[in-house]
Write a protein that binds this ligand. Sequence first.
Ligand SMILES: C[C@H](N)C(=O)N[C@@H](CCC(=O)O)C(=O)O
Ligand SMILES: [Mg+2]
Length: 363
Amino acid sequence: MKITGISIGKLIIPLKRPFKTALRQVTTAEDIVIKVHTDEGITGLGSAPATVVITGDSHKSAAEAIQNTILPAIIGMDIDHRETILQRIQMSMVHNTSAKAAVDIAVHDLFGKHYGLPLYRFFGGKSQCIPSDLTISINEPNEMAADARCAIDAGYHCLKLKVGIDATRDLTRIRAVRQAVGPRVALRLDANQGWSAKEAVRTIRTLEDAGLDIELIEQPVSAYDLDGLKWVTDHVTTAIMADESAFSPHDVFRLVSMRACDLINIKLMKAGGLGPAAQIAALAAASGIECMMGCMLESKIGITAAASLSAGVSVITKNDLDAADLMTGDPISGGICYEKDTLILPNAPGLGITDVKGWQEIL
Ligand SMILES: C[C@H](N)C(=O)N[C@@H](CCC(=O)O)C(=O)O
Ligand SMILES: [Mg+2]
C-alpha cells in the first residue's frame, strides 16, 4: 500500500470553558486534520493543533511544512516500510514537530488499518482503559475551587491546576482548591514556566509545609533553564516533571543525564509523533524515570493516538489526555470515548476513527 498524497483541512471546536494558562488563553480548539491517501483507497488520519507559544507551529506553518517538505519526503513509499517512513518524516526538516506529528499519526493509522490492528495493540496492548486527569484553568481562587468541585462531581479523581502567573496568588489558588475537593483527590500543578527557580523552591516548600499534598509539579521554570529545573528538583521533595524542556529524545537524554527532573511529560506534538514519543518512553524506562502522556489542545485524533501509546507502554504511568473532554460536541466518530475520568480505546483497526464532520479542506 503506497502513499499517494495528503489533503489538509481544519477543525474548529468551541471549548466548554476558556482554557487559561500562564502562557495563553483560548476559547476554541483549532486542529489541522490531515488525510494521507494511498493507492489502495485507504486513508490515514492525523492532526496537529497550533500551539505557537510552546511548539512554534501555527496552522499555516504546519500546513506548508506538510505540503511542501514532509509529503515530498514520503510520497510513493510503501506503508510496510514504516520505520523508514518515520525516519524520513523526522529528517525532512528541523523543528516543525506538530506538522511531523500529524503525518506520523496518519502513517500509524494506515499501518494499523493495513494489518487490521488497533493501535493500542500495536504498541503493546496493556489496557483499553486509560485514566486521565482534568485541567483546571488558572483563574481567581474561588472560580478554580468551583471548577475543581464540578470536575470531581463529573467523575474525575485527579486534577491538574494551572498556576504560574503570580507565585503568592498561586498558593491561595491551590489552598482554595484543596479545601473544595478534600484530601482524597490527587492534585497536580502546571506552572507552564511561570516561576523563577527561587520562587519555585519557596512556593513548593510552602506547599509541602502546609501539607497540601501535591502529586507533581510540571515545568516550574523556563524551558531553557535546565540548571534551574535541576536546582528545583534537588531542593524540594515533591516530584518535578519536565514538559516544555522535554521535546525530543535528545532533550530527554540530556535531562535524564543531568538528573534535572523526576518525571517526563511526553507529548506527540512536542516529540514529532508516535515514533519519537516511543523512543522517549524507552529512554526514560532505561533511566528509571516514569512518564506522563500529555497533550496540547488537540481533537480526538491526536488524543486517540496518544492514548494508544500510553495504553501499551508501562513506563507511562500517568495521563493528562483531557483535551477532547474540554471541548463542546464531538465532530469525530470513533476513536476514544470518555467515561467519567477514563478514556476507552476502540477495538477497531488503526485509530478506529470512521468520520470527521466539519472538516474544511484548506490545502
Ligand atoms: C490540555 C492539557 N491538559 C495541557 O494542559 N496541555 C499543555 C498546554 C497546552 C496548550 O497550551 O494548548 C501543558 O502545558 O501541559
Ligand atoms: Mg504542561
